[in-house]
Design a protein around this ligand. Structure first.
Ligand SMILES: *Cc1c(COP(=O)(O)O)cnc(C)c1O
Ligand SMILES: [Zn+2]
Length: 502
């Protein structure tokens, strides 16, 4: 829709101008730092940072109802910079000029309602939000769009020269980083560090295809992260892990989209998501809090974070019900089908601890819960979901297994409606499906396939058919007819098809 066709009051507000101020704020000592340079931890106390808008109160001078109208009308606006996560520009990075925004098609992923079978099986109404339908096929694109737009802004302003962007990854961060960096090449180049043999072939192909320099490191993600941290402390590189607070800002869009897609009515809603490095749950909590504080939503949804019992440091922390006795301990991870969340020492844990407390306070009740799921459950709920029209990855399976567990524990009821996060596309993790179907899981995964969930291709090659076509050797005449008839009959028999009457 053309600008002049919007209602007068909306025309004024629909294309945001860069405004406001942003600072890094330390979660430890609350020191604030300006954003003209890249900063990941507090120079004073080494704690992680979050980005803070010191003048956020100005957002309250626009009513919640007006914001809702602005976002809804922005859906109809054809302006590239505002097509993705920056539909919520004022709540993500208000300082960014629109011509520095990098948009590659991220965000506004669909929410898909569970069919009747799944609804009955789980015992409540729920939707998958398919973040696998982002450009690099995971939710990481949201944060990367934000981080790279910001770096683009710094370069345009001549605050920094050319950039080498670097990250450690369980697979999806590097895919997203390499994709977004490649759009801005040659000014920005990227290098990624991956744990050797701990990411899927699809995920490895992604940064290679985007032209990044790819390093494989023996060990697990936590080891790669330490190397990247050492590099970013001693060298001039831009760190793209979720330690980078700009990533968190972009991922807040996930909450804003849920709010908008549900007509901003979040009463009795439950948002379920897997936790790895805990950047995503940080962002989701922060996002809902921002919309709540600006009066855009009047209820904070319940949040359920899910971890595999093979990598559950956040679950272990909250298992202790007395907040004073809680003590964070990193864990040694074991192999997990939710491989992108196989992290023993989540970088964002301090952010989670603060935000959970604030979220519960604002909700005026406990409203964030962490549950654990077994590998067997994660795998099976993924397979069951996908047999019912979904495209969930193993982490989507983890979310669903977590919802089922939360329901069994009475943390959610059938009166509520859940939106559960499938964080990546099923195809990225199809290797685990294959291991299940071929009964090839190494024992440490603790996954034992059930025959009713196994599916495998059937080779149709009846022995009475004399000749089969081969590459570059097509059949013809009687041989072709015999082949078609023989194979068709065999398939009809196997499917127990009835003959058509005519
Ligand atoms: C990164 C990732 C996660 C974990 O998210 P965090 O922000 O690290 O907690 C879950 N699922 C997928 C597919 C991921 O790529
Ligand atoms: Zn500090």
């Amino acid at each position: 829709m053309k600008l002049e066709d919007f209602p007068q009051d909306i025309q004024q507000a629909i294309i945001p101008k860069p405004h406001g101020r942003m600072v890094y704020r330390c979660l430890g000592c609350t020191a604030e730092y300006e954003i003209k340079k890249l900063l990941y931890t507090c120079p004073e106390c080494s704690q992680v940072l979050l980005l803070h808008d010191p003048d956020a109160d100005r957002l309250k001078s626009t009513s919640g109802a007006k914001w809702r109208r602005i976002f809804d009308y922005r859906k109809m606006l054809n302006h590239t910079a505002l097509k993705g996560i920056y539909r919520y520009h004022e709540f993500i990075s208000p300082i960014l000029p629109l011509d520095t925004i990098v948009y590659l098609g991220e965000g506004h992923t669909p929410i898909i309602e569970a069919n009747r079978f799944l609804t009955e099986k789980v015992g409540m109404q729920f939707y998958f939000k398919n973040d696998g339908q982002n450009p690099s096929a995971s939710f990481k694109d949201r944060g990367m769009a934000s981080a790279l737009s910001y770096i683009h802004f710094l370069i345009r302003k001549n605050y920094i020269p050319n950039v080498l962007a670097i990250c450690a990854s369980t697979g999806d961060t590097s895919a997203a980083a390499a994709l977004y960096a490649s759009y801005l090449q040659p000014t920005i180049k990227s290098a990624v560090l991956l744990p050797h043999k701990k990411i899927t072939p699809q995920q490895l192909s992604q940064p290679l295809g985007s032209g990044a320099t790819v390093f494989e490191i023996p060990g697990v993600f936590d080891d790669c992260m330490k190397v990247v941290e050492a590099l970013s402390e001693s060298h001039n590189v831009a760190l793209l892990n979720s330690k980078n607070a700009w990533r968190i800002l972009g991922q807040e869009s996930y909450s804003y989209e849920i709010a908008q897609d549900l007509e901003y009515d979040l009463k009795n809603k439950v948002v379920v998501l897997p936790i790895g490095n805990a950047g995503n749950i940080t962002a989701v909590l922060n996002g809902f809090l921002k919309f709540f504080e600006a009066g855009i939503i009047s209820h904070l949804p319940k949040i359920i974070g899910v971890q595999s019992n093979h990598a559950s440091p956040v679950f272990q922390y909250y298992k202790e019900s007395d907040p004073h006795k809680r003590k964070f301990e990193p864990v040694v991870v074991r192999p997990s089908v939710a491989q992108a969340a196989m992290i023993g020492n989540p970088v964002s844990m301090p952010r989670v601890i603060q935000l959970v407390e604030r979220y519960n306070t604002q909700s005026q009740r406990p409203n964030v819960f962490i549950v654990e799921a077994l590998e067997q459950q994660i795998m099976e709920w993924q397979l069951i979901a996908n047999r019912n029209g979904h495209i969930a990855c193993t982490h989507g399976g983890e979310s669903l297994a977590g919802l089922v567990s939360a329901k069994e524990q009475g943390l959610v009821t059938s009166e509520e409606i859940a939106i559960i996060n499938s964080t990546a596309h099923a195809l990225k993790f199809s290797g685990f499906q294959e291991m299940y179907f071929k009964n090839q899981f190494p024992s440490e995964f603790e996954v034992v396939p059930k025959s009713e969930l196994i599916n495998s291709p059937v080779l149709v090659k009846p022995s009475h058919v004399k000749k089969y076509p081969k590459p570059s050797q097509p059949l013809s005449g009687t041989e072709l007819n015999d082949f078609i008839k023989g194979v068709a009959e065999e398939i009809a028999q196997r499917l127990k098809l009835n003959k058509a009457r005519n």
